[in-house]
Design a binder for this molecule. Structure first.
Ligand code: MG
Length: 305
């Protein structure tokens, strides 16, 4: 007899049963955010850091005792975060319109704030490749209002995807044909880069999909075909597991797509989800930022890298 999955999971393809675990429920670890975003896991410290963007703070959940504390406030209305190859926090900041790195001694280094002498709009989400290059998206959300940044006109006049070269630190454009680029993640071998477009927030019938690009050794992208279109709300952040499955935030939870594009199943969350990441000592626990709350669920897979 097959072991039962709980109501935390929706199975749409039999393959999803191998990725979920029986008897497991989604747990709510914390509530009290206005707009939770940007989870990042720190393996050495066994803690998770995430953003509460409108409250201008970052929170920290400690795996050793389950406590939550304020990690940073004010936090420059930070949004997406990641952890680089040296274990340092890399952050997208709406109010500074920058991507920064928090050094091991706690000081903040701005990695990028301008392109061609113009300030970015409001960096949204970021990923670090194994060569040390930093890739980030720059939609307009953080300058559209005073709610999650400082309302301001765009200086750049475009919403693009950028790459910071690991050797020179020079910022280059890698994609410019987006309405509102948002979450992004590499496939396990880094040959593919998935990038979400949430342009439906700004255009009637605008994009609400994730695209797939091929990544060349020199950091240039090609392709960019639509990989999947979000059926409920909007995709925002995403992560990829060791098998190459995509785990995408959506209006009703986290959607899991196989590398062939098929929607395999969902982790159901009672609030709209903005972002997620893998963590825990085995990277087999998914941490989910769902509007006001932080959720977690164990899975039978692990986050890539
Ligand atoms: Mg985002």
């Amino acid at each position: 007899m097959a072991l039962e999955l709980t109501s935390s999971f929706a199975v749409l393809d039999a393959r999803f049963r191998k990725l979920a675990l029986p008897y497991i429920h989604v747990e709510k670890l914390y509530t009290g955010c206005r707009w939770a975003e940007g989870p990042a896991w720190f393996p050495a410290g066994r803690y998770l850091v995430w953003s509460d963007i409108p409250n201008d703070r970052m929170l920290r959940w400690d795996e050793t005792d389950g406590s939550v504390s304020v990690f940073r406030q004010p936090a420059l209305n930070s949004n997406g975060h990641t952890v680089d190859l040296q274990g340092r926090l890399v952050s997208c900041e709406h109010r500074s319109r920058s991507v920064s790195r928090t050094e091991h001694d706690g000081t903040r280094t701005v990695l990028a704030s301008h392109f061609e002498d113009k300030r970015f709009n409001s960096p949204n989400d970021v990923v670090v490749k194994s060569d040390g290059s930093v890739w980030f998206t720059d939609p307009s959300y953080g300058i559209d209002s005073d709610y999650e940044g400082d309302a301001s006109p765009s200086e750049i006049g475009a919403q693009r995807v950028y790459r910071i070269d690991p050797d020179s630190g020079v910022v280059g454009v890698v994609a410019s044909d987006f309405v509102q680029p948002n979450g992004l993640a590499f496939s396990p071998d880094e040959s593919l880069l998935y990038i979400v477009d949430t342009g439906a927030t700004h255009q009637i019938d605008g994009p609400h999909h994730v695209r797939c690009f091929r990544v060349a050794a020199n950091g240039s992208l090609s392709g960019g075909e639509v990989f999947a279109t979000c059926p409920v709300g909007l995709y925002d952040g995403l992560r990829v597991d060791v098998h190459g499955n995509l785990w995408l935030s959506a209006g009703d939870g986290v959607h899991c797509h196989a590398p062939d594009g098929a929607l395999l199943g969902k982790v159901l969350i009672p609030e709209a989800v903005a972002n997620l990441c893998f963590g825990g000592t085995k990277r087999n626990r998914m941490f989910i930022c769902g509007t006001t709350s932080l959720y977690a669920v164990y899975l039978n897979t692990r986050g890539a890298r």
